[in-house]
Design a protein around this ligand. Structure first.
Ligand SMILES: [Zn+2]
Length: 168
């Protein structure tokens, strides 16, 4: 089921996201819903708080909504090693009409649990590495717009408030 995307500055994007101790049917359902939502909205990654669920779950597929060939569902993902750094131009489904450039590690090693409870680990580089860092930032309550400097953030916040008030 496709869910509604929570948009900045919705407070749910800044709340604490709890660890998932038990992979219940509800967690599996949430993973399916997040995958559907990510594809439907044209994203390559999505974190649970973006659909209003404050837990440690992300979905990623850098092959994109057209191909849908590299889906990763990560429970309690954690970056355990980083290497190098790059500049990355990114957008975010929770930040309509926003693009920002941030510094990311060039390579990351990530560990997580899969939906069967198995412990997984992978090394990623390029787009996947940036995408994983972006989604894991969401789980810490950090948005792309919080990483581009105060001026740019304030301008975007104003723009969003205007947009929102004109919809009323
Ligand atoms: Zn995002």
């Amino acid at each position: 089921m496709v869910k509604e995307i929570k948009v900045f500055p919705d407070p749910v994007l800044y709340e604490e996201n709890s660890n998932i101790d038990r992979i219940s049917d509800a967690v599996r359902q949430l993973a399916r819903d997040m995958t559907d939502t990510m594809y439907e909205k044209g994203g390559i990654g999505l974190a649970a708080p973006q659909v209003g669920e404050n837990c440690q779950l992300v979905t990623v597929d850098v092959s994109g909504p057209q191909r849908r060939e590299e889906l990763l569902v990560m429970v309690n993902p954690e970056i355990i090693e980083t290497k190098g750094d790059v500049e990355s131009e990114e957008g975010c489904l929770s930040l309509p009409e926003f693009k920002g450039t941030v510094r990311r590690a060039e390579e990351v090693t990530v560990s997580w649990r899969d939906l069967e409870g198995g412990i997984r680990q992978m090394q990623a580089s390029g787009l996947l590495a940036c995408c994983l860092q972006h989604e894991i930032d969401h789980l810490r309550g950090v948005l792309l717009v919080d990483q581009v400097g105060r001026l740019k953030r304030n301008m975007y916040e104003k723009k969003m408030k205007k947009l929102y008030s004109s919809e009323q």
